[in-house]
Design a protein around this ligand. Sequence first.
Ligand SMILES: CC(C)(COP(=O)(O)OP(=O)(O)OC[C@H]1O[C@@H](n2cnc3c(N)ncnc32)[C@H](O)[C@@H]1OP(=O)(O)O)[C@@H](O)C(=O)NCCC(=O)NCCS
Length: 162
Amino acid sequence: MDCRHIEFVNEVSPQENRTSKIDYYQLQGLFRLGAFWAQDRKIEDLQIAIANSQAVVTVWDNQKLIGFARANSDGVYRATIWDVVIHPEYRGAGLGRKLVETVLIHPQVNRVERVYLMTTYQQSFYERIGFEYNSSTTMVLHNQPLAAPVPVTSLQSQELGA
Ligand SMILES: CC(C)(COP(=O)(O)OP(=O)(O)OC[C@H]1O[C@@H](n2cnc3c(N)ncnc32)[C@H](O)[C@@H]1OP(=O)(O)O)[C@@H](O)C(=O)NCCC(=O)NCCS
C-alpha cells in the first residue's frame, strides 16, 4: 500500500481554545470497526475524553479518518497511551507504528520518565516499538461513575476538617 499521502495530525484540545479537526462521527465509526473495547462510546463522552487528553493523534486518508490514539500525561513523570486503532483496511503497512511514535514524540509525552499502556492482544506490536512487559504495577478499579460530579470545594473543605 502506498501510504505517502497519509496524514498524521496532532490535535489540539478545545480547552486550549483552538479548533479541533476531529470528526466525532467518523471516530465513533472507526472504533466500532476496529476497537473492540470502544464499541458503545457516545459522542458526548468521546468529546470529554478527548478534551481531557494531552496528546491526541488522528490519521487521515484525505477526508477519511483511518487511525486514532491519545495519551494522558503529567508532562514530566508519567503518561498513559489509550485507544490506539488503525482502520482494518490499512493495517500491516507501518501506520500503527507511526501512530504510536507520533504520540511518543508529542511535547507532553516525549520527556516523561515512563509511558504506560494496557493491551489485551497486541503485546507483540508494542514490543516492536520498544515497550516491555510490566507485570508488577497494574491494578484496576471498576469504578461506578457518580451521577452528578461532587463539587471540588466541598471535597477540599472535608480534607481540611471544616
Ligand atoms: C495494533 C494495530 C494498531 C497495529 O497497526 P498496524 O498499522 O497494523 O501496525 P504496523 O503495520 O505499524 O506494524 C508495526 C510492527 O508491528 C508488527 N505487528 C503489527 N501487528 C502485529 C500483531 N498483531 N502481532 C505481531 N506483530 C504485529 C508488524 O509486523 C510491524 O513489525 P515490523 O516493524 O518489525 O515490520 C492495529 O492492528 C489495530 O488497530 N488493531 C485493532 C485495535 C487494537 O487492538 N489496538 C491496540 C489496543 S491496545
